[in-house]
Design a protein around this ligand. Structure first.
Ligand code: PHE
Length: 345
């Protein structure tokens, strides 16, 4: 009797070994027959009742080996069938078909405007200096001769880091002036483009983040005339060779004397009228002669050296160039807005 039972197992094993399913469908039939919930190996385990005690162990192992053989074969068959299916579908790919277009993105209008400014100043010997946006109080304010009770330090204007009176988001790129002067002796001729932050109410004309290009020139005998000529050169390169500028007296803690520069846009078209609030003049930067106290704070001999500095706002020029009426467009990252600048410069 037990021989008959062993023979049945042998038959199934032979069937497993000789089966040659090819297609995915045939492989699936193989799985159902030998490994499915009603597979033909299962009943063989039940037959162990009819096996004499001294052969039960051998019988159990025999049936088990059939099951393992079926499993191993199935794994292999499945992998082969899948590879074959992949190869077949690869042949369906039309390699000559044109590819789907990939959006390649474009420069942001603020970057385009900033890069133009960088370009203009590097042509006359300024090099680019960049530094951190999270700054300490000393580099942003104290070194820049901004006394502790100055309104610019007010929580209203400055974003301080949580639980800190020391660390803040820089309110101007003038912080890079102190960084550079601390580590380098004159001659210094740098521009520092970058993002700045102020705690301001967001509206069509102002935002809590914007960009500036800072300029700093320190050497022996640097005069206000050098400053004015440099800015005139910049204005003509940026806004056109006929551009007129005017310098209005102003105040900054870190420059003395200080001025603001306006560029004449005229009032002929509605856009210029709106942008200049009817005056024709667009304010584009603050500037002045570096206050000797700032030089001393940063370890530069103010008896020997003098310098000028300026800080240009980028957004206003970008809005003027591209006829953008609301500053918020520049920070919303709406692709429909941004892709309009795909071919600009
Ligand atoms: N830091 C000033 C501002 O943010 C601009 C400025 C820079 C003025 C350098 C003078 C010199 O408004």
């Amino acid at each position: 009797m037990s021989d008959v039972v062993f023979d049945k197992v042998k038959e199934v094993l032979e069937e497993v070994e000789t089966a040659q399913p090819q297609t995915t469908e045939e492989v699936e039939q193989f799985r159902i027959r030998f490994l499915g919930s009603k597979n033909i190996i299962k009943p063989l385990f039940g037959e162990i009742r009819n096996v004499p005690n001294d052969q039960k162990k051998a019988y159990g192992q025999y049936v088990n080996s059939v099951k393992q053989a079926a499993e191993a074969k199935y794994t292999e068959l499945k992998a082969n069938a899948e590879a074959a299916a992949d190869a077949a579908s690869a042949q369906d790919i039309d390699l000559t078909a044109p590819a789907d277009p990939i959006g390649i993105g474009s420069r942001h209008p603020v970057s385009i405007t900033m890069n133009r400014m960088i370009d203009i100043f590097t042509r006359i010997g300024f090099t680019v200096a960049e530094d951190r946006e999270i700054e300490d109080d000393w580099h942003n304010f104290t070194a820049m001769n901004t006394p502790e009770d100055h309104p610019a330090r007010d929580m209203q204007d400055t974003f301080y880091l949580r639980n800190s009176t020391e660390m803040l988001l820089r309110t101007h790129t003038s912080s890079v002036q102190s960084r550079v002067m601390k580590r380098q002796q004159p001659p210094i001729r740098i521009i520092a483009p970058g993002r700045v932050y102020r705690n301001e109410t967001i509206s069509a004309r102002s935002h809590c983040q914007f960009h500036q290009v800072e300029g700093l020139y320190v050497d022996e005998n640097v005069s206000f005339a050098d400053l004015k000529q440099t800015l005139l050169y910049f204005a003509k390169e940026m806004y056109g060779p006929e551009t007129k500028i005017r310098l209005r007296p102003s105040f900054f803690p870190f420059t003395e004397p200080s001025a603001e520069m306006d560029v004449y846009m005229g009032t002929d078209d509605e856009k210029s009228y709106r942008l200049t609030k009817g005056t024709g003049w667009l304010e584009v930067l603050g500037c002045g002669m570096v206050d000797p106290a700032v030089l001393d704070n940063c370890g530069i001999d103010s008896e020997k050296y003098s310098g000028f500095a300026f800080g240009i706002g980028i957004e206003r020029s970008a809005m003027q160039f591209y006829d953008i009426s609301d500053i918020r467009w520049l920070f919303e990252n709406d692709v429909r807005f941004l892709q309009q600048f795909a071919s600009a410069w």
